[in-house]
Design a protein around this ligand. Structure first.
Ligand code: CAA
Length: 257
């Protein structure tokens, strides 16, 4: 499959998606969003892919929705927009999605960060929801996910003022998992992806699902989901293999069965 706005590469169970609109600071136009959603849909069905890494490359992650494209839409155009469906498809990717972020992650770019399960950022990264400067508000989950992730004070400050935060602040606020020097961002994301790619894929998938449910449900319902998945995993070959390998003092070989 060839894409116009992204490049992809698969190696050792890790799919790397690189946003590729350098002329527009990787602005997430609808084609780019649909291509990211398409490639993740395919990766979901592909047993050889265990983890995906998404990056904008060494300089910029993404400067948000494509403002020039957005300018052409009236209210009915926005209402009929395909973008929410693409975002939903990205959210529904069942395998781990790791973000490797250098430079700007603004608007939809910051929302894409929040669609990632783990984010590694270069110390040059800047995160922001500057939509207010355009007379709009975040439209891809930014208000809901940001406040659940970083809490009310910082979410309010970012969304109402449009001010950016640096990587150190984003780390302290739990928006991202690690900060490294910009030259190491993609390397570190790959290292983590390869580690996770060696883990039992069904357990990884159910762990991701259970963790994300914590954003949506009350504790009792969340604990029920966790218990059901924990029980289901007792029926997998990978669990037998993991426990046997521990007993036999060898490395496990997980097959996703
Ligand atoms: N959409 C379209 N083009 C964009 C863009 C965007 N979001 N961000 C940057 N570009 C383009 C610029 O138009 C410019 O192209 P030209 O040279 O053809 O004019 C090129 O990328 C470089 O940008 P700048 O010259 O502005 O570079 P800079 O270094 O001076 O500033 C920046 C960089 C701070 C990222 C600035 O470009 C900027 O503020 N961009 C817009 C950020 C923004 O408001 N994002 C939110 C978008 S709305 C949204 O995201 C809503 C949603 O998801 C639902």
């Amino acid at each position: 499959m060839t894409y116009q706005t992204i490049t992809t590469q698969s190696l050792e169970g890790v799919l790397t998606i690189t946003l590729n609109r350098p002329e527009a600071f990787n602005a997430l136009n609808t084609l780019l969003l649909s291509e990211v959603a398409d490639v993740l849909d395919q990766a979901d069905q592909d047993e050889s892919i265990r983890v995906a890494v998404i990056t904008g490359g060494p300089k910029v992650f993404a400067a948000g929705a494509d403002i020039k494209e957005m300018a052409a839409l009236d209210a009915v155009g926005v209402m009929n927009d395909a973008r929410p469906k693409h975002w939903r498809r990205i959210y529904q990717f069942s395998k781990p999605l790791i973000g490797a972020v250098n430079g700007y992650a603004l608007g939809g770019g910051c929302e894409l960060v929040m669609h990632c399960d783990i984010v590694i950022a270069g110390d040059n990264a800047l995160f922001g929801q500057p939509e207010i400067n355009l007379g709009i508000i975040p439209g891809a989950g930014g208000t809901q996910r940001l406040i659940r992730t970083v809490g009310k004070p910082l979410a309010m400050k970012m969304v109402l003022s449009g001010e950016m935060i640096d990587a150190k602040t984003a780390l302290q606020a739990n928006l991202i998992a690690e900060v490294v020097i910009p030259e190491k961002t993609i390397e570190r994301a790959h290292q983590l992806a390869k580690t996770i790619a060696k883990k039992p894929p069904i357990a990884v998938r159910l762990a991701k699902e259970a963790l994300l449910k914590a954003f949506e449900t009350d504790l009792e319902s969340g604990l029920n989901i966790e218990r059901k998945s924990f029980t289901l995993l007792a029926a997998t070959e990978d669990r037998q293999e993991g426990i046997a390998a521990f007993m036999e003092k060898r490395k496990p070989e997980f097959k996703g069965r």
